[in-house]
Design a protein around this ligand. Structure first.
Ligand code: B4P
Length: 201
């Protein structure tokens, strides 16, 4: 199985690149941001609690997101999925965002006799991230994309709590860092090159 972690600060292009990767490698997409937003839309207790934190640019507690991923892995049992549905693996988008989440993911995948193949880390500077998110905020309707101070807090939260997750995968020799500025298609080719050695031209 090909199990990828797509990593980077808010607005780095994780969601954007995930869409291409899912199609090319036939992956199941697990985005904790999307899962949380669907809980908010459904008005669940979990969604109400998550919304308060997300609207302030803060991370949701580890146990909440780990629980969501655990139940999604149960629904799409990794081994069954790969054998019976021609599924190539999973893409984890926006998860793990803390070292405890990374450890929990290793444990959960280990229970299914599989593991993370590679972490793709998209590198983009803060000014470009802020520009992209404010632009997306004009049409996305996402409250966390509409306020520059809030966006800067999300980036700080990333630097404080999420950036160390890259070291965790680096120690396992699974980290591939890729420049995330430029044409979306060119960045996608570079990611594919890191995954399967395919030509970047
Ligand atoms: P997410 O939903 O994961 O959102 P994100 O980091 O803002 O988005 P992403 O990087 O995917 O951006 P995209 O590709 O769309 O998280 C939202 C919130 O949920 C978090 O702040 C947190 O509160 C909570 N949360 C989620 N997961 C959690 C976890 N595991 N633990 C705790 N809390 C969690 O790209 C952004 C924009 O850039 C788009 O408009 C796109 O068009 C543009 N773009 C992409 N690539 C480009 C390029 N190459 N050039 C120009 N523009 C580009």
């Amino acid at each position: 199985m090909l199990n990828l972690v797509l990593f980077g600060p808010p607005g780095a292009g994780k969601g954007t690149q995930s869409e291409y990767l899912i199609k090319k490698y036939n992956l199941i997409h697990l985005s904790t941001g999307d899962l949380l937003r669907s809980q908010i839309a459904a008005g669940t207790e979990l969604g109400l609690q998550a919304k308060q934190l997300m609207d302030q640019g803060l991370l949701v507690p580890d146990e909440v997101v780990i629980g969501m991923i655990e139940s999604k892995l149960q629904e799409n049992k990794p081994v069954t999925a790969s054998e019976d549905q021609g599924v190539g693996g999973f893409i984890f988008d926006g998860f793990p965002r803390t070292v405890p989440q990374a450890k929990a993911l290793d444990e959960l995948l280990g229970q299914h006799n599989t593991g993370i193949t590679k972490m793709i880390a998209l590198v983009v500077d803060s000014e470009e991230l802020t520009r992209r998110l404010l632009l997306r905020g004009q049409t996305s309707g996402r409250p966390d994309d509409q306020d520059e101070e809030l966006i800067r807090r999300r980036i700080r939260e990333y630097n404080d709590k999420t950036a160390p997750v890259a070291d965790y995968y680096n120690q396992q020799e699974k980290l591939a860092a890729i420049g995330g500025i430029g044409e979306i298609d060119g960045i996608f080719k570079e990611i594919c090159h890191q995954i399967d050695g395919s030509d970047v031209q």
